[in-house]
Design a protein around this ligand. Sequence first.
Ligand SMILES: *Cc1c(COP(=O)(O)O)cnc(C)c1O
Length: 401
Amino acid sequence: MTTQKLLDESETYLMDTYRRLPIVIIKGRGTKVYDSHGKEYTDFVSGIAVNNLGHCHPKVVVALQKQAQRLIHVSNLYHIEPQIRLAKLLVEHSFADRVFFSNSGAEANEAAIKLARKYSKENFSGDRYEIITTLGSFHGRTIATLTATGQEKYQKGFEPLLPGFKYVPFNDPDAVRKAITQKTCALIVEPVQGESGVRVPDENYLKDLRQICDEKNLILILDEVQTGMGRTGKLFAYEHFGIEPDIMTLAKALGGGIAIGATLSKDRFAKAFSPGSHASTFGGNPIACAAACASVEAILEDGFVLDNSRRMGEYLKKGLERLKEDYSFISNIRGIGLLIGMELTTECSNIVMACLERGFLINCTEGNVLRFMPPLIITEKEIDSLLDALDDIFHRILPER
Ligand SMILES: *Cc1c(COP(=O)(O)O)cnc(C)c1O
C-alpha cells in the first residue's frame, strides 16, 4: 500500500483521538526508526519514554520469541513463571515488598488508588477516602485517573468526575498540609511532572511530602510511569530525593515496548488486597513479563544504561543551555537524566515538523515545551546532530530573536 493510501485510511478508520505527524514508522533499531519511504530518524521521543533501551533491543526480542513459542497467555488462575521472576526483580531493586501487574499506566494508578482506599477503610474508622493530587499532573485517562489528573483540559466533557480528589499546586508542601482533612487517605504525585512540561520540584519537596505523610498517617503514592526505569539516571526517580514511597506505579518503559503496568507496594498496604479485591485478565501475562524481565535486566546490566542516561542527560542539557544563550525565545531548560524540557515563549509544533524533516523525532507538550526523552543509549554524536539541527531551525524559522 502506498504511504498516501495508509494516511488516508488512517483518517477514515481510526477515531480521531491523536494529532499524528504525517509519517508511517515501519521499522526501528536502537536509537533509529525508519518510515515507509525508508527515511531514517533519530528518536528523541522513545514512544513517549517507553523505548528506554532503544528499538527492538536484542535481549527483549529474544525473550519475546522464546516466550511466544512456550506460552502466550494462561490467566492469573494459575502461577505464571515470568510474572514471578519480574515481581522478584522489581522487589529486589526497589523499596517495595509486593507487586500487582496490569497493562498500562492508568491501570497501575487505578490499582494504587483502589489499594489506598481499601487500606484506609480497613485500618481507620470514618470515611477516609480522599486523595490529594497536584495541579499539572498526569495520571491517566480512565475516569479515576483522569480525575486524579490535575488538568481541566483533559477532564472537560467527561463530567461527572469521581468524588474524593483534592487538587493542590505542585512543589508546594504547605498547600498539601492545608488540604488535609479527616477524610484524606493518600497523596499521589509524580517525582517530576512529565506531561505538563517536565516540571522538576525543589530538592526537598518529596522529603517534605514524606514527612507530612508520616505525621498524618497518609499513603504516599509516587507515579513513576514516566520517570521510572532509568529515565532520570537512576532506576527510579525517588532515589534522587532520599525518600521511599509507600506505593509506586510503573508502566511505559517497564516492558521494553510491550504493554505492562505495575503497582508496587510495601507489605503493610499490599495486605489490603485479598483474593477477589482486584484483578486484570492480561495483567502480568507471560509475554509482557518475559519482555519486562529482559528489559529490566538489560537496564541494570553493568550499569552502562543508567550511567549513560545521567551523562547524556547532562550533555544534552548543557547543549540546550548553550542554545538558550543565543535565542531569547528560549525561556527555560529543565529536567533530570534524559527527561528534559525546553520551554519557549512561542508555540512549538512547527519546530517538531522542522525536526521531522531533518530526520529527528522530538515532542512538544503544553504547546510551548519541547520535550526530549531519547533512548537511554543515545550517543554524544547523535545529541550533537540534534543540537545542530535545532540551531539551524531556530536560526531560520523563528522570526523574533
Ligand atoms: C503516560 C503516563 C500515565 C498513563 O499511562 P498509560 O499507559 O497511557 O495509561 C500515567 N502517569 C504518568 C506520569 C504518565 O506519564
